[in-house]
Design a protein around this ligand. Structure first.
Ligand code: AMP
Length: 129
């Protein structure tokens, strides 16, 4: 079954379209964190960002860059921040969120790096590079 975002691209579900080209689509998030919160997607339905082909990944971020610059000008925000989650919709989407202060997109509480585990996790990652 097509993802909800593919249905948006096809026009089967309404959206507020910000941008469209042959490979990408961008539209306002239906539950915005801040005014102008936009999602940028590849039209090709892939679940996880890093499963895109390298050229697709580069083109998606280039598209997001163009949109983010337009958003920054349009909303007069201090920074457009970005994240990629995908826990709700398994179709790659880059969140672009206009912000004026950290509280506009708060980061969850963070811990302190444990030196012993840091060695272990560094080694574990390096092993797969
Ligand atoms: P996540 O998969 O965790 O990155 O979250 C999915 C995002 O998609 C959320 O921010 C939702 O508000 C947004 N979303 C879900 N359905 C729609 C829709 N029909 N139109 C616009 N945004 C949507």
């Amino acid at each position: 079954m097509a993802s909800i975002f593919t249905m948006i691209v096809r026009g089967e579900i309404p959206c507020h379209r910000v941008h469209e080209d042959d490979k990408h689509f961008a539209f306002l998030d239906i539950n915005p964190i801040t005014r102008g919160h936009t999602l940028v997607i590849p039209k090709r339905e892939v679940d996880q960002l890093f499963d895109l082909e390298p050229d697709e990944l580069a083109e998606l971020w280039t598209c997001a860059q163009v949109i983010a610059k337009a958003m920054k000008t349009a909303t007069k925000c201090a920074r457009v921040v970005t994240c990629v989650m995908g826990y709700e919709v398994p179709h790659v989407h880059i969140h672009l969120i206009p912000t004026n202060e950290l509280e506009d997109f708060p980061i969850p509480p963070r811990g302190t790096l444990d030196p012993a585990d840091a060695d272990a996790v560094t080694a574990a990652i390096r092993q797969h590079l």
